[in-house]
Design a protein around this ligand. Structure first.
Ligand code: AMP
Length: 184
């Protein structure tokens, strides 16, 4: 399956403070193309979203972008994607992205990325899917989130199995390995 797999990337519509965030996003796009995978993402040409997409496209990856019509200007919809699906709502966007992917990778991002992460994590907890969910922990960005997930389990608000549904990798080389294993 991995030769034609689709990788959904959730990430910031902003670039963040550190240049390494943008570098990791571009490396991720390049790696997806190198592996012959398709990029599925939020269709924006801004922030880390734009970095991932431009790198993936430049390296020849297939791309699918999904965006609600009301964000087309604000998030600068990338009109040269292989496929661009416009949805009516945010919910529909998440659903279309999810339905069209085999694995989910979360790069540094803000509230939107967290919302998307928690939705796929809770769906996994409920047994609604078995797709890999991977946090790309660029410069330790996701450590506070990992600590929060541990806290939730320690305090008895989630089964310990929840932590097993989330893989945390430090760099794109490790991401490539985790995706290759997870897509088998
Ligand atoms: P952010 O991580 O906040 O920069 O947002 C990343 C992406 O998530 C952007 O394309 C946002 O439009 C999107 N987003 C923001 N809020 C939500 C939400 N409630 N559900 C789904 N996507 C969202």
């Amino acid at each position: 399956m991995s030769s034609s797999a689709s990788i959904c990337i959730f990430c910031g519509a902003r670039a963040g403070k550190l240049p390494v965030y943008g570098q990791a996003a571009a490396e991720t796009g390049q790696m997806i193309a190198d592996m012959g995978w398709r990029l599925v993402y939020g269709a924006g040409d801004i922030g880390l979203m734009g970095e991932v997409a431009r790198a993936a496209q430049a390296a020849g990856a297939e791309t699918l972008g999904v965006m609600p019509t009301h964000l087309v200007r604000q998030e600068v919809a990338k009109c040269d994607l292989g496929q661009l699906i416009l949805t009516e709502t945010m919910h529909e966007r998440k659903k279309v992205m999810f339905m069209n992917c085999d694995a989910i990778v979360v790069l540094p991002g803000g509230g939107g990325s967290l919302d998307e992460f928690f939705e796929v994590l809770t769906w996994r907890q409920l047994g609604l899917h078995a797709k890999p969910i991977i946090l790309l922990d660029v410069a330790g960005y996701w450590q506070p989130l990992v600590a929060l997930l541990d806290h939730v389990v320690t305090e008895g608000f989630a089964d310990g199995s929840m932590r097993g549904f989330v893989q945390v990798v430090p760099d794109v080389a490790a991401l490539k390995v985790a995706l290759t294993d997870g897509l088998k």
